[in-house]
Design a protein. Sequence first.
Length: 134
Amino acid sequence: MSKKTVVIVFLLSIVLGVVALRLGLFPATSGSRSLSRPAGAGAEIFYGKGRCGICHTIGIVRGGKCPSLDGAGSRLMKAFIYEAMTAPSAYIRLDFSLAEPKEYSAKMPAVNVVPIGLTEEEMEQVILFIQEQK
């Protein structure tokens, strides 16, 4: 194979991997260890019903529509995450990766009401998953 073919195959595999991760096709992991069942269920909800992974990134290139949640478990308390999920307009985050910080382009919906409609138990599982991100 030529160098060009190898580079194309390599880049294609990265793109397909990111797409599969966004669609929740890979089992949830944090680092090299498997997540506990509640946090694992939280990952399924995060990338599935909760639709969080559409805008938020974890372990993927920065610059998404909303703040990255890399390391969120070591910097965000459970109560803050809960409030951010149920009353997201209470906090306005700026994208400081830009030369002139501005609000993120996407506005987060409250996840406990329609159209997402997570239950308290589902939100608890998502919070556990987010807190695993250290």
